[in-house]
Ligand binder design. Structure first.
Ligand code: ADP
Length: 464
């Protein structure tokens, strides 16, 4: 496994490497190449000056001004050698190192220029300043023509030896390098402290996340702020999930206990009082056992749907056939309970669906329609209709209805409008959430229209 180093070390090492690279580059350029740069710079400015003078001479304007401009310049020195009278006169004005050139040297130079195509740079000429002191100068020589006469233009510049400068730079550089490196180390430590503190706080906080006890950390940077916000959100989700888990255990154990109490109670009564051994009491036991089994089935389906394991087995189903089947199952039940139950069909159509699962949804709607109705005359309609080009299947009841602010909530798991667990209103609160999962798996739109105290109409739409 690759060994990981701390963020502080990484910041420190990266900054130091960067600074060393920059210092190294500066050192090499300042000391190693300085001399070359300087000489190149000198030569190119010398040549460009010569060209400028040539241009001005060719323009034949104010030649005195041209030369005077350079006679007093410290940078360059100019001479013009020619038989032309004007030029000779002009050359009288020149002073400086070039003035001291003897005729022999000038003649040699003229020859070299000729051999080299009209111009030449003499870069190792030494100008004698005193008995023992010499000065390096560069001389650029060029043949030009003035009033049909040949003119040898000589332009020179002094070259200062850089050895002393370079050695000064070297010693200063050492000091600068030490200061920069020390500053970098301090800066890196400060920076890392600035970044690492919030990261440490966040990671310490994140350890409390599983307990839902993550606390907001002041992060000082956008990215860490985002991380902090994500953890705060995760913390809220964990708290919510924890609450839901507690509610689930509470609800499920309550829902399991009620039928179990009934079964045990009725069972004991029948055992102890033989006169109570009648069909009615035994039916109570059977009903409660069935309720238990439905509840367990629903819970299994919910857990399957949560884990994505709920699979559909779609087939072509005739709507009228489906609704008639469900109607037949419920007809007797409603008759016994004195509920008016109606089936409203229109022209038949076929849709792809998991027949068993959609039947389960309809049973769920019908059970609720029966459960949540305290009216004297109870009506339930199972029907179908065209709705905005789709086929809508619905279960209508004239029961309690649903308060408009609860219409969205009833599809949530374990949600009950009436939190009091009344015996007549049996239900675990998972029926509609399971119906919702199944309808969403099918891709069917669903919903409820209702007026509190008057009616509820649960529906889902099929088709494109
Ligand atoms: P439950 O097991 O409690 O019936 P459901 O998920 O089936 O769970 O329903 C959730 C809640 O929606 C119910 O507790 C009830 O308050 C409300 N509800 C569902 N169907 C109807 C209906 N037809 N009329 C009035 N309220 C209903």
């Amino acid at each position: 496994m690759k060994r990981k180093s701390s963020l502080r070390t990484q910041i420190l090492v990266s900054l130091l490497l960067f600074i060393l690279l920059v210092l190294g580059l500066i050192y090499v350029f300042q000391t190693g190449f300085l001399d070359d740069f300087y000489k190149k710079e000198k030569i190119s400015s010398l040549i460009s000056t010569a060209e400028k003078i040539e241009q001005e001479i060719l323009k034949e304007e104010d030649l005195e001004d041209v030369i005077d401009g350079y006679v007093f310049s410290n940078e360059v020195n100019v001479r013009l050698i020619s038989n032309n009278e004007d030029i000779r006169e002009l050359d009288q004005r020149s002073a400086g190192p070039l003035r001291g050139l003897d005729l022999m040297t000038i003649f040699q130079m003229e020859k070299t220029v000729e051999e080299n195509g009209g111009s030449y740079l003499f870069d190792n000429y030494q100008y004698r300043m005193g008995p023992d002191s010499f000065l390096d100068i560069y001389i650029y020589a060029k043949d030009i023509t003035y009033e049909e006469d040949d003119v040898l233009l000589l332009v020179s510049t002094m070259v200062t030896p850089l050895a002393a400068t370079i050695s000064t730079i070297r010693s200063q550089f050492l000091m600068i390098a030490v200061i920069v490196i020390l500053t970098t180390v301090v800066l890196a430590l400060l920076l890392s402290k600035l970044f690492i503190k919030p990261i440490k706080d966040i990671s310490a906080g994140a350890r409390n996340l599983p307990k839902g006890k993550y606390e907001n950390v002041e992060a000082r940077s956008l990215e860490l702020d985002e991380l902090n916000d994500t953890l705060v959100e995760a913390n809220e989700e964990i708290l919510k999930a924890d609450k839901a888990k507690k509610e689930l255990i509470g609800n499920v154990s309550h829902d399991l206990r009620t039928p179990l109490t009934m079964i045990v109670g009725y069972g004991e009564m029948i055992r102890d009082l033989p006169s109570e051994n009648n069909e009615e009491n035994i039916n109570v036991i059977i009903d409660e056992a069935r309720r238990l089994s439905t509840l367990v089935d629903d819970l299994l389906d919910v857990s399957k749907s949560d884990s994505g394991a709920l699979e559909l087995h779609p087939e072509d189903v005739s709507i009228n056939d489906l609704l008639q089947g469900v109607y037949r199952q419920y007809e007797k039940h409603c008759e016994e309970k004195n509920v008016s139950f109606e089936l409203k069909l229109i022209d038949d159509k076929t849709f792809k669906m998991d027949r068993g699962r959609i039947t389960q949804v309809l049973y769920n709607f019908l059970n609720n329609a029966l459960n949540y109705n305290d009216k004297e005359e109870k009506t339930i309609i199972l029907g179908e209709e065209e709705h905005e080009g789709k086929r809508r299947i619905y279960v209508y009841d004239n029961g309690a209805g649903i308060p408009s602010d609860k219409k969205d909530l009833i599809w949530d798991r374990y949600y009950k409008v009436d939190k009091e667990h009344k015996r007549s209103h049996i239900g675990s609160g998972i029926g509609l959430s399971l119906a919702k999962s199944l309808l969403e798996l099918h891709g069917f739109d669903y919903g409820v229209d209702s007026k509190e105290g008057e009616y509820s109409k649960f529906w889902f739409d099929m088709g494109e």
